[in-house]
Ligand binder design. Structure first.
Ligand SMILES: [Fe+2]
Ligand SMILES: [Fe+2]
Length: 151
């Protein structure tokens, strides 16, 4: 039996929780390294690798599936704002990639973590419930096999 929309919504939320934990772990590691004045390159690479290999592909997968589904009707403005947040994340990741200064890296990572956290809350608490409630959207079909979104 294919998953229900409620099951798909739960899988999305669980994947978000995992992502936030892993990103926060890597950010905390970078901040601690910089605070200690220890060599920070590896910790910075740990953050950047996660951003480039997981977070940005996740955002792109949403832009290809969830966001088009939510871009009409009651969720249209919300999706526009969330799309702009994705652009903000892309820009901050580019700035992080170019940053050399340890304090700049730590500050950049913390800012990305905070932006991601408030973005996730909109997805989990506003967009996904609205899509589940929308009879024109079948979440489970939309996201079938999308490992970037449902883990
Ligand atoms: Fe997103
Ligand atoms: Fe997301």
């Amino acid at each position: 039996m294919p998953p229900t929309d409620a099951e798909t919504a739960a899988a999305i939320a669980a994947h978000h929780t995992e992502m936030r934990a892993e990103l926060n772990r890597r950010i905390a590691n970078l901040v601690a390294t910089v605070r200690d004045g220890a060599p920070h390159r590896e910790a910075a690479r740990g953050v950047l690798t996660y951003l480039e290999d997981d977070l940005l592909p996740h955002a792109m997968a949403e832009e290809a599936t969830l966001y088009p589904a939510g871009s009409v009707g009651a969720t249209a403005l919300l999706v526009r704002a969330m799309s702009a947040e994705h652009e903000g994340l892309v820009a901050r990741v580019a700035a992080f990639r170019a940053e050399q200064d340890p304090l700049g890296l730590a500050a950049g990572a913390v800012a990305i973590g905070a932006l991601f956290e408030s973005h996730l809350a909109k997805e989990n608490d506003l967009l996904i419930p609205a899509l589940v409630a929308n009879p024109d959207v079948v979440l489970a079909e939309l996201l079938a096999g999308m490992h970037e979104l449902i883990g």
